[in-house]
Design a protein around this ligand. Structure first.
Ligand SMILES: [Zn+2]
Length: 240
């Protein structure tokens, strides 16, 4: 009897070691979620800098994946998936969850980096519900910066791009150094609608994710990227 208990203890121990090893070999997917124009790109670059500066990660160890960018690429290249997306999406509207899930999981399989910073996923209830299963081959964490609408509107108020060369500017009017006219980004022009959609579609998903998510990190809208990155990786060292 004693022998049996001992043996199962050994097995349990072995199982724990194996599980730990498995966990350590998994890639780490960090999901960044937040309102449109709330600075997810800024948080992504802060996380990447921290990985490089403090944890000695190299460029090839990190992938920066934007779901929005992925959708644009599929549509631009007119792939079968892109055609499905175009048929399903209204201007500025959200793409169907099943297509996004499929596209994302295929994309993740092609990535060899150890850490994947994922911008803009999951952002609907449907995506949140598929998230656990979809990501079962990865270690995951969610970073959410809760930026109030007023702060977002204030930040983008003077954001312009040059019509001719595409350079970004922060001014209310004027011309680019290349002589091009400064215009609002197409995204920014429809920002009030996008924020409304966010409140309706994404906010409930964020709440559900926060309640069920095991590795959810919530930050104030005014939190600096550098502070977020330090705190976040401090809490997730086991996945690095
Ligand atoms: Zn220009």
């Amino acid at each position: 009897m004693l022998y049996v208990i001992k043996a199962s203890n050994v097995n349990l121990k072995l199982l724990q070691v194996l599980n730990k090893e498995k966990k350590m070999n998994k890639k780490f997917v960090i999901s960044l979620i937040g309102a449109p124009a709330s600075g997810k790109g800024y948080i992504a670059s802060s996380l990447i800098s921290e990985l490089k500066n403090t944890y000695a990660y190299k460029n090839e160890d990190i992938a920066d994946v934007s779901v929005g960018e992925m959708i644009r690429r599929e549509k631009r290249e007119n792939t079968p998936l892109g055609q499905k997306l175009a048929a399903n999406m209204k201007e500025g509207g959200l793409a169907p969850d099943e297509i996004i899930n499929e596209m994302l999981i295929n994309e993740l399989k092609t990535i060899n980096a150890k850490v994947i910073v994922l911008d803009g996923y999951p952002r609907t209830i449907g995506q949140v519900r598929a998230y656990g299963k979809l990501m079962s081959d990865y270690n995951t964490a969610v970073v959410f910066r809760d930026t109030p609408k007023d702060l977002i509107m204030e930040r983008v108020k003077d954001r312009r791009i040059c019509e001719k060369c595409g350079m970004a500017h922060v001014v209310s009017d004027g011309v680019c150094s290349c002589g091009g006219k400064l215009i609002k980004r197409k995204d920014d022009e429809v920002l009030p609608e996008r924020l409304e959609e966010y409140e309706k579609m994404t906010k409930p998903a964020v709440i559900e994710l926060k309640e069920n998510g095991k590795n959810f990190f919530w930050y104030e809208g005014t939190a600096e990227g550098e502070t977020i990155a330090k705190e976040f990786f401090e809490s997730n060292k086991k996945y690095l």
